[in-house]
Write a protein that binds this ligand. Sequence first.
Ligand code: PMT
Length: 412
Amino acid sequence: MLMQNLNGKNVLLGVCGSIAAYKSAELIRLLQEQGARVRVVMTASAQEFITPLTLQTLSKHPVRTDLMDPVAEATMGHIELARWADLVLVAPATQEFMAKLVHGRAADLLSAICSVADVPMMLAPAMNHSMWMNAATQENRQQLIKRGIYFVGPDVGEQACGEHGPGRLVDLESLVAAAAKLYENDLLAGISVIVSAGPTREAIDPVRYLSNRSSGKMAYAIAEAAQEAGAKVTLVSGPVALPTPSKVERIDVISAEQMLGAITSLLAQSDIFVSAAAVADYRPVKFVNQKIKKDKRTQSLELERTPDILKTVREQSEDLFIVGFAAETENLEIYAKQKLASKGMNMIAANLVGEQQGFEQDDNALELFWPKNKDQDNMIIQHKSLEMRPKPKLARQLIAFIAERYYAKTTS
Ligand code: PMT
């Protein structure tokens, strides 16, 4: 069954040395069926039960086994893998691996990655029932749960050693369902969110337009994160080459004028507006009906301002929680604070853009600013940094923070 929540997620599958390691081959397939991208790291003892070649063939990526691999570690491969992952799933997890995690050991690749990763981590233990019931193992389990690590299983039943009890790797469908559930939260349950996305195009003649380099990646990740948080999400999108996130409604527009029209038509039933679109600031004063000929040596184009969507939305909806963006090549903080104050936003997410930054990239970083008080002339501004990371992860952090500020405002 397709659950969608793992769709597009990067799952780092850690495989430890248990007879259940042979099931990781099937697990990779099930995760991929859910749309997840899977990379595998095996411990030394896992390789005694199943070969890296098998898991490489199924995951379609080289399997990492060694922390001291000179090729992979030339680019700090263990850090890269930890940053790449949206989820670290260790299945099967052994008694030994749990003990290492408790003590923060990092001498092997999988443990080192776990000590770096700041994403959800889930363990599916598999071991003999006496090893599982051993006091040290149970204490370690409690410790790890306290640190926010999720456990799924083990199941009770017939074991490979012929004994009976708790210690079997949980059935794989339940394991995948438990992993998918991690991406459901109710931070924005019952809330309607508009996200504007992508560039706009302002037509010059039937074949030319003014636009910018926005790919829509940041905004689409925000829409997906809001949907995962339980919101009803409408994406108002300029032209981009991205699939619509599941369970998100999408309205396609071309120009700033159309984007404004689509957004204002949604205001009456919306609670939050995230303006992540790179709306063109200027458009040609006149649309030329036929293709402009290149018969002159120079050509000039008269431009006028496009409608200011954020300002218009604020004028029409006093209560809407508005999160604007600021895309700057310099003076990020100064310009972001100016925009926050002048456009009546509740929060602004500022990012640096330029060559290899912000636009079109897979990773981004945001500086968030929001007013502490309502006095426009004497505004006290608060600040939080969201570090450089893949846009989907950044979007989840942004949505969690927007939810926090939204409830702080509506309950104050
Ligand atoms: O799409 P990607 O390739 O992933 O790149 C992401 C991004 C860099 C486009 C995104 O993170 C971002 O910064 N989006 C906002 C870009 C922008 O237009 O910034 P700005 O500083 O020019 O505009 C400030 C705010 O006013 C923005 O919220 C913008 O949506 C809004 N605006 C702008 C012009 C206009 N006429 N009306 C508006 O409401």
